[in-house]
Write a protein that binds this ligand. Sequence first.
Ligand SMILES: Nc1ncnc2c1ncn2[C@@H]1O[C@H](COP(=O)(O)OP(=O)(O)OP(=O)(O)O)[C@@H](O)[C@H]1O
Length: 240
Amino acid sequence: MNPEQTNVVELSSVSKRFKLGTTEVDALKEISLGIRKNDFAAITGPSGSGKSTLLNLIGCLDVPTSGEVKISGTRTSDLDEKALDKLRSRAIGFIFQSFNLIPVLKAVENVMLPLQLHGLKAQQMREQAEHALRQVGLEHYIDHLPDQLSGGQRQRVSIARALVTKPNLVLADEPTANLDSSNSEAIIELMRKLNKESGVTFVFSTHDASLLGKVDRIIRIRDGKLQEDTAAAPLKKALG
Ligand SMILES: Nc1ncnc2c1ncn2[C@@H]1O[C@H](COP(=O)(O)OP(=O)(O)OP(=O)(O)O)[C@@H](O)[C@H]1O
């Protein structure tokens, strides 16, 4: 079997250089890795090591300076902005550390938002949003506004919003950074349950070493370089 067929996203020798005035920062250097279907993976590394930059490239929110990104086998450099937008909105869900909920919209209305690009009727959007809120255990908070919810509940709403379009891949940049330790664990356990039950691939970044015991795969970066990828370990071992 061609291993690429099972990869949701494939990065080949990807580098990212930022220019700030006359200064250049090599945020990522020659990273090659594949995100496989059903992965439950954490990207970890010190502050400034390139975690957010890597997630942004995996999610096609940014483009590499060199190297290649493929989504489900399609080279993203072959797509125009409109095609890339469409691919992103259908295939990838995003979760942010600050939740990014709209304060004047109820939980269910926040979750309905990504469906507006999908040409559904209002009733269908509402039913799908309510289903996503049930999946994250918020069936009793459907009509609450974000400021009537705790931090952990707000992050659950944003997980429901990421899942409502039924993406193959959900990316989360430091999803637990604004939560206390018990809520952080609960959010990772919820993502893991959704990963096991619905087969959604999850990749999230974290500083928090205590969460790494809960993932199947650790992608560790340092100074923009891939330092460790536990998914690659068995292969290396097998090759001696
Ligand atoms: N838009 C940008 N312009 C210039 N430099 C940037 C930009 N985005 C990131 N960088 C630089 O790239 C490097 C990697 O940043 P990145 O945000 O990916 O790290 P990180 O590991 O996510 O950090 P943290 O854990 O603190 O969020 C840093 O040196 C950062 O200053």
